[in-house]
Design a protein around this ligand. Structure first.
Ligand code: SAM
Ligand code: MD0
Ligand code: SF4
Length: 351
C-alpha cells in the first residue's frame, strides 16, 4: 500500500509535478485545520507566483431572469412561481455597466436565464441580445463575459463579434447521471460541445462545478480532469445554496468547507488560471476565506438600487452596498491583496 504524505504532495505542487488522483482526493478530503492551512498556504504561494498580490474584479449583471429551463437547483427555473422576474432594456444594462466600470471593475458579466425572447429562432429576439452586448462594449470598453446558457454556434459567433470576450457556461458536474438530475431535460453533450466550439473561435471560456448536490469526491476529481481537458481559462466551484420553491429545497444545505478545499486544489492544478471567489454563496462574509484558499477573482459584484439580483443569493448584501468595489476593499486588505489594473487584466487575457 502506498502511504500518502502531505509534505510530499505540497512539494510536488510547488514544483509543478503532476499529482495522482489519490493525492488529489486526499487534499479534497482534508478536514484537519492545520493540514488544510498548509494546503491553503501552498495555494496562496502559487497564486503569488503567477499573479503577485493582484486580484481581478468582475461586475455582475443578471439582466433577464426569465428562463425556459427547469434546473432542479435554481431559483429561476421556469416552474418556480416564487421568484420575481424582470428583463432589463439594453439602455438600462448599458447604464448599469457604465456605472460598474466607473466603480472600478474590469469585466462585465452579462448573465441571463435561458430567456426564450433572446434564444428562440427569431432574428428579432437574437438581434436584441446582440444589441445589449454591443451597447455594453461601447459604453464601457471593458472585457465582456456572457452567461446566456446554451446558444447555437452561429449565435455564439455573433455574440463574439458583438464584443463578448468570454463565454461562461457551467456543466455543474461531469457525472452524466447526476447531470440529468440537475439540468433536467438538457443535453450534456450539447452543453459541453458549445464550450469546445467557443475555444475554437478564440473565446475565453469559464467552466464550473456545483458542489453539495449529491456529488462524490470521485465526481469532483473527474470534473477537475475534464476541466483540464477543456483548457478553460477560468475555473470555478460554488456550493449549492438551497432555493425556496425548487425540488432540491429540502436537502440539507451543505457547508462550504469542500468548496474551499476545491478552490485550493484548483489553484494547485491550474496555478496560472483565474479562479473566482464568488460573493454569491455567503456574500461579503465568505470572501476572505475564498481568497485565502487561493482564489484570484472576485465575482458577483452587484450595484445597489438598480433592481438587480444575484443567482444563488438573490438579495444577500446587495442593497447594503457590500457587493461593490468599495464594499470588498477591507476584505482584500485583510488578505494582503489589491485590485489589479485594467492593463494587467487585459494583458492576462491576451496572453
Ligand atoms: N442561465 C445560464 C446557465 O444556466 O448557464 C446562466 C446563469 S446560471 C443562473 C449561472 C450558474 O449559477 C449556474 O450554472 C449554477 O452553477 C449557479 N447556480 C444556480 N443556482 C444555484 C444555487 N442554488 N446554488 C449554487 N449555485 C447556483
Ligand atoms: C457569480 N452569481 O459570479 C454569479 C454567476 C455567472 N457567470 C456567474 C454564478 O457568482
Ligand atoms: Fe435557467 Fe440557468 Fe437557472 Fe438553469 S441555472 S434554471 S438555465 S437560469
Amino acid at each position: 500500500m502506498v502511504t500518502i504524505n502531505l509534505e510530499a504532495i505540497i512539494d510536488k505542487a510547488l514544483n509543478r509535478n503532476t499529482l495522482s488522483k489519490e493525492e488529489i482526493k486526499f487534499l479534497l478530503k482534508l478536514s484537519d485545520p492545520l493540514m488544510k492551512e498548509k494546503v491553503f498556504l501552498t495555494a496562496r504561494e502559487l497564486r503569488n507566483r503567477y499573479f503577485q498580490d493582484r486580484v481581478f474584479l468582475y461586475g455582475f449583471i443578471y439582466f433577464s431572469t426569465y428562463c425556459r429551463n427547469d434546473c432542479s437547483f435554481c431559483y429561476y427555473r421556469k416552474s418556480n412561481n416564487l421568484c420575481r422576474r424582470y428583463r432589463k432594456t439594453a439602455a438600462e444594462v448599458a447604464d448599469i455597466a457604465r456605472a460598474l466600470a466607473e466603480s472600478g471593475v474590469y469585466l462585465i458579466d452579462l448573465t441571463m436565464g435561458e430567456d426564450p425572447l433572446y434564444l428562440s429562432d427569431s432574428t428579432e429576439g437574437q438581434e436584441k441580445l446582440l444589441e445589449i452586448v454591443r451597447m455594453v462594449k461601447e459604453s464601457t470598453g471593458l472585457p465582456v463575459m456572457i452567461s446566456p446558457g446554451v446558444v447555437a454556434a452561429g449565435m455564439l459567433k455573433k455574440l463574439k463579434e458583438a464584443g463578448a470576450d468570454w463565454y461562461a457556461c457551467y456543466q455543474e458536474t461531469h457525472n452524466r447521471r447526476l447531470y440529468k438530475k440537475l439540468r433536467l431535460n438538457q443535453s450534456y453533450n450539447e452543453r459541453w460541445a458549445i464550450k469546445v466550439y467557443a475555444k475554437t473561435i478564440g473565446m475565453l471560456v469559464e467552466e464550473g462545478l456545483l458542489v453539495g448536490v449529491g456529488d462524490s469526491i470521485d465526481d469532483i476529481v473527474n470534473s477537475l480532469m475534464e476541466m483540464k481537458s477543456l483548457g478553460a481559462e477560468q475555473v470555478r466551484t460554488m456550493t449549492f445554496v438551497p432555493q425556496q420553491g425548487t425540488p432540491l429545497y429540502g436537502i440539507d444545505a451543505p457547508g462550504d468547507a469542500l468548496e474551499l478545499n476545491i478552490i485550493a486544489v484548483m489553484r494547485i492544478l491550474f496555478p496560472d488560471r483565474l479562479i473566482p471567489a464568488s460573493l454569491d454563496v455567503k456574500g461579503i462574509f465568505g470572501l476572505k476565506e475564498r481568497l485565502d484558499a487561493g482564489a484570484n477573482v472576485v465575482t458577483s459584484l452587484i450595484p445597489p438600487e438598480r433592481g438587480l439580483v444575484g443567482v444563488s443569493q438573490s438579495t444577500l448584501d446587495i442593497s447594503e452596498g457590500h457587493r461593490t468595489v468599495k464594499g470588498i476593499m477591507p476584505a482584500l486588505q485583510s488578505c494582503g491583496l489589491k485590485p489589479a489594473t485594467l492593463a494587467e487584466y487585459t494583458k492576462w487575457i491576451k496572453e
